[in-house]
Design a protein around this ligand. Structure first.
Ligand code: UTP
Length: 293
């Protein structure tokens, strides 16, 4: 049985070009999703999965992320003086529930390179990775589902989702054998194949348990597709040296890396929020009436 996972790495140094112009100066991870920034959903998931150290790989224009998770004594004093106790408690607990560590990726050289930037903090143990754009809503946090597979079977674990044939070109697709209970032994993977080349419809989503053994492989591998250091190439290199499992996770995913996905997530999650459901329905009703005039 393997040890638990206490560190979670968040690569947040991407440029967010699919979300321009909104993301020219504001990190996409700081855009609000209903009542908090996108990044908070990932941190909630990691904390709910037992992680205590959040390792953020940041880049230019990501300073707001650091400020967001820092204590803000001015704000805390103000809330206290106005007797807003529950808001005060919430603001303080969100900054103190974990340790936040920031490492800088000086140039956006790809997801694999961003993970490699975490080596100084994560080099001695298995660690989680959350791509915060993929917002996961689940009864049991998805990272925690992956950690259970790691504890029982050891090795690396990747979150898998079955995607329609037409969508395989958007994801890393695995060659895998079922090991029961939604777990798959991964034999190989192909980056963004069209339906004619895709070995399956099992796509890798933004949650991973990775071995520290990936760091020397990422560092040796050089750039791949698009002149970037690809994470999939690093994981492929690990297959054979240690087990790599995939888990068909139980939960829902919202792709908040695009405007369309972000809008969908806002409406869907607001509909599930007791204080906001009626607001959405009323707004849609009004638009319907206006359009039928
Ligand atoms: P994306 O593929 O979504 O790239 O990265 P991006 O730059 O963020 O967004 P687009 O495609 O230009 O719109 C997947 C994850 O990897 C991180 C991103 O922050 C995101 O969480 N990433 C990507 C890095 O941290 N560094 C990189 O060099 C590239």
């Amino acid at each position: 049985m393997s040890a638990s996972i206490t560190k979670c790495l968040f690569p947040v140094a991407g440029l967010g070009t699919r979300f321009l112009p909104a993301t020219k100066e504001i990190a996409k991870e700081m855009l609000p999703l209903v009542d908090r920034p996108i990044i908070e959903y990932g941190v909630d998931e990691a904390v709910g999965s037992g992680c205590r150290e959040m390792v953020m790989i940041t880049g230019r224009s990501k300073k707001a992320i650091e400020d967001h998770f820092d204590r803000s004594f001015e704000l805390e004093e103000l809330l206290k003086s106005r007797n807003k106790e529950s808001l005060y408690n919430e603001v303080v607990s969100r900054s103190t529930r974990a340790d936040f560590i920031y490492l800088r990726q000086h140039r956006p050289l790809g997801l694999g390179h961003a993970v490699l930037c975490g080596e100084p903090v994560c080099r001695n143990e298995y660690f989680g990775v959350i791509l915060p754009d993929d917002v996961m809503v689940a009864e049991t946090p998805v990272l925690s589902q992956l950690i259970e597979v790691h504890k029982a079977r050891g090795g690396c674990v990747l979150a898998l989702e079955e995607v329609p044939e037409a969508d395989t070109a958007r994801y890393g697709i695995v060659v895998a054998e079922s090991a029961g209970d939604g777990v798959f032994a991964i034999r190989d993977m192909v980056e963004k194949p069209g339906p004619e080349r895709a070995p399956s419809r099992l796509a890798i989503m933004g949650r991973y348990i990775l071995s520290p053994g990936i760091f020397p492989l990422l560092s040796a591998q050089g750039t791949g597709a698009g002149g970037e250091i690809q994470l999939t190439d690093g994981i492929r290199a690990i297959i054979g040296a240690e087990p790599v499992w995939g888990l068909l996770y139980r939960g829902r995913r919202f792709d908040c890396g695009t405007q369309v996905g972000w809008l969908d997530a806002n409406i869907s999650l607001a509909m599930e929020h007791p204080a906001l459901r009626e607001v959405v329905l009323e707004a849609v009703r009004r638009c319907g009436e206006r359009n039928s005039i």
